[in-house]
Design a protein around this ligand. Structure first.
Ligand SMILES: [Zn+2]
Ligand SMILES: [Zn+2]
Length: 357
């Protein structure tokens, strides 16, 4: 495969500002590859980055962006011996250093030098050496690129599933788990919980999204009001009305974090998965946390191990991820795609890695 000189890419230039530009196609240095992006999926994080015009940890404008991607290897740098041109791969959007205390503890998501990769809303993507050696995964035969691009969010969710410690409650049978938020992450939580035979109760204000939740295996859905104060209604929907053993926040809204804390039953676990805006706080009922032995956990990102598991799960046609994909767009339509997500007209869109129209 020979690389063209230029490509179409979506360049984020500031808050709510995207320019479709012709930019040089990257060339691989030693240990690097260039990926022909076949599919990239839009994500809530992309919407956040679009709104704010960047991200303190992940990217600074002007820059190519997009971080959920699948494609084929278009060019190999010197010394890349394990891969061939044309291989179908997923590149994870982060690469741990492998050497720091967190990496040695198997908590690579908290790596002290975690590198992030962005630029999936373009025809080609430059993949640095650390990503080639730690974050490149072959796509199993039969798995479509659009579905494969969902590896990243599902890997986050599988890391979140591990944090739920569902095995704690195994002697009681299927575990009742409340999921606040029916965005792509909350919905993937529902699918992953249902696939393991648990009982996800999905709470969200949007009836269409609750319908998708049912298609993915929600045991029960609950239309709640926006803005918090919904814990009582959610507790009432659980068996016995005492709250759930496990409660997951997939909203990143402080008022909903407070509801999540209040919706767990004694001895339960609260998984605070949705990232809130910096500087926000939530009050904690000290009496409940202490006397009811609530486990409260912050949970972030994914680990290489959960990336591999996510890819295997997506390759299983029985795993119902497709209802989360709301349609397809081309690179020039990236801004429209992100606005469709902001307006809740789409859950997740596949950006095909072609210049298109
Ligand atoms: Zn994402
Ligand atoms: Zn590290």
């Amino acid at each position: 495969m020979s690389l063209p000189a230029t490509m179409t890419g979506a360049v984020l230039t500031g808050p709510e500002a995207i320019e479709i530009r012709q930019v040089p196609v990257p060339r691989p240095g030693p240990g690097e590859i260039v990926l022909k992006v076949e599919a990239a999926t839009t994500c809530g994080t992309d919407v956040k980055v679009f709104r704010r015009g960047g991200h303190p940890r992940m990217l600074k404008v002007p820059t190519l962006f997009g971080h959920e991607m699948a494609g084929r290897i278009a060019a190999l740098g010197d010394g890349v011996d394990d891969w061939r041109e044309g291989d179908a791969v997923v590149v994870s959007n982060s690469a741990p250093c492998g050497a720091c205390a967190m990496c040695r503890l198997g908590r690579e998501n908290l790596c002290e030098d975690l590198a992030y990769l962005n630029g999936a809303f373009a025809e080609y993507l430059h993949v640095p050496a650390r990503f080639v050696s730690r974050s490149l995964h072959p796509i199993p035969p039969g798995l479509d690129f659009g579905r494969a691009a969902m590896t990243e969010p599902l890997a986050c969710v599988l890391h979140g599933m591990d944090a739920c410690e569902l095995e704690r409650y195994a002697t009681l049978g299927p575990v009742e788990t409340v999921v606040f938020g029916a965005g792509p992450i909350g919905l993937l939580f529902v699918a992953a919980l249902a696939a393991e035979g648990h009982r996800p109760i999905l709470a969200d204000p949007n009836p269409n999204r609750l319908d998708v939740g049912r298609a993915l295996g929600a045991w029960h859905t609950l239309a709640i009001e926006r803005g918090g104060g919904q814990a009582e209604a959610v507790r009432a929907a659980t068996g016995g009305g005492a709250g759930a053993w496990v409660v997951v926040d997939a909203t990143g809204v402080p008022e909903v974090w407070a509801d999540a804390l209040a919706a767990a039953r004694p001895g339960g676990l609260v998984n605070l998965f949705g990232g809130c805006a910096p500087g926000t706080t939530v009050p904690l009922d000290t009496h409940r946390v202490h006397y009811s032995e609530l486990t409260v956990k912050g949970v972030y990102h994914h680990r290489p191990e959960t990336v591999r598991r996510a890819l295997t799960l997506l390759a299983d046609p029985a795993f119902p991820a497709d209802p989360i994909l709301s349609g397809e767009r081309s690179i020039p339509q990236v801004e429209e795609a992100l606005r469709a997500m902001m307006d809740k007209r789409a859950l997740k869109l596949v950006i095909r890695g072609t210049a298109g129209a």
